[in-house]
Ligand binder design. Structure first.
Ligand code: SAH
Length: 298
């Protein structure tokens, strides 16, 4: 008789404080936010050119805004483009820890008088429900969802809802990992074994572009090259390596709870040329992101 060991993988998303620890370390080990800031300063000004045409104020919605660092960077570009306009900013994020950090950041910035923030501590689908209950006819000029579509049940429906809120000339910005990134390759092989919940899924911009094309929605896309140093993942028992592995697999305590076969397979793939390059003794994971911009033409 053979004994089968059961391995229970718990999604990292179920543990807000561990998720935040992993995410913070990921930001330190990667050029994630730097590549976004480059995009925000080089491309976003052109993208936001026409959003304020003929208006006295702008409505912006940030979905899954996290601690707000990237949001504030975008707000400053929007303000430079349209200095006379007031901004009504709806922030949507279910994490009270994240919203707390965001409010803290705002309170330390003296030059945000042109923005009125509304804090919505809820998921995007709860926001959608409330919006429909209120029968709100308010429209938005700029909506962004950055690194958050992994956490909704139906990314296509979420995009359609927010797209329906766009004003004429309004823009919807989506940023996710690129299908060509190490993440995309990791998920091609291990999606079924890792993403075991309906609150976290392995969606890339490749998937979103296919979905939009099928629906006949026009969009522009921009590649954001980015890297992540994952060397510590290969040091047995290294605490930071374990946090990074949890983040990469979205599994809580991956090293301790995954089967030896799964762990070996994932570690092998992570340092395979499909996912990473080796440079100066470091393993550098391909963290390339992609931005997709949908414009409301009428
Ligand atoms: N946009 C930020 C944060 C990305 S982390 C940045 O790029 O730095 C993902 C964020 O999505 C987290 O703050 C998390 O709380 C939020 N999130 C998770 N599920 C969500 C949902 N269903 N709707 C909206 N936001 C969600």
């Amino acid at each position: 008789m053979s004994v089968t060991m059961a391995y229970f993988l718990n999604s990292l998303v179920n543990n807000d404080s561990r998720y935040l620890m992993c995410f913070q370390l990921f930001l330190e080990r990667s050029s994630e936010h730097q590549c976004m800031k480059d995009f925000i300063h080089q491309q976003l000004p052109h993208i936001l050119d026409s959003v304020g045409d003929g208006k006295s104020d702008l409505n912006v919605i940030g979905v899954g805004s996290g601690a707000g660092e990237i949001d504030l960077e975008m707000l400053s570009v929007l303000h430079q483009k349209h200095p006379g306009l007031m901004v009504d900013m709806e922030v949507v994020d279910p994490s009270s820890l994240q919203l707390h950090s965001y409010r803290d950041l705002v309170s330390k910035k003296p030059d945000l008088d042109y923005v009125k923030f509304t804090w919505n501590e809820m998921t995007s689908s709860e926001f959608e429900e409330r919006w429909q209950l209120k029968r709100s006819t308010k429209k938005a000029d700029f909506i962004h969802m950055i690194q958050m579509l992994y956490y909704v049940k139906d990314p296509g429906a979420t995009i359609s809802f927010f797209q329906s809120l766009l004003n004429k000339n309004g823009k919807l910005l989506i940023i996710l990992v690129s299908g060509e990134s190490g993440w995309g390759k990791l998920w091609q092989s291990y999606k079924d074994q890792l993403c075991c919940t309906d609150i976290s899924q392995c969606v890339t911009t490749g998937d979103i572009k296919n979905l939009l094309s099928t629906k006949g929605v026009n969009f522009h896309s921009y590649e954001l090259p980015s890297q992540m140093d994952i060397s510590e993942c290969f040091i047995e028992g290294d605490e930071k390596g374990e946090l990074l592995l949890d983040f990469l697999t979205e599994v809580q305590d991956f090293s301790k709870t995954a089967s030896p076969e799964l762990k070996d397979g994932v570690l092998d793939l992570l340092r395979h040329p499909d996912c990473s390059v080796q440079s100066n003794g470091k393993v550098i994971f391909n963290n390339t992101l992609e931005a997709i911009v949908i414009e409301q033409l009428n």
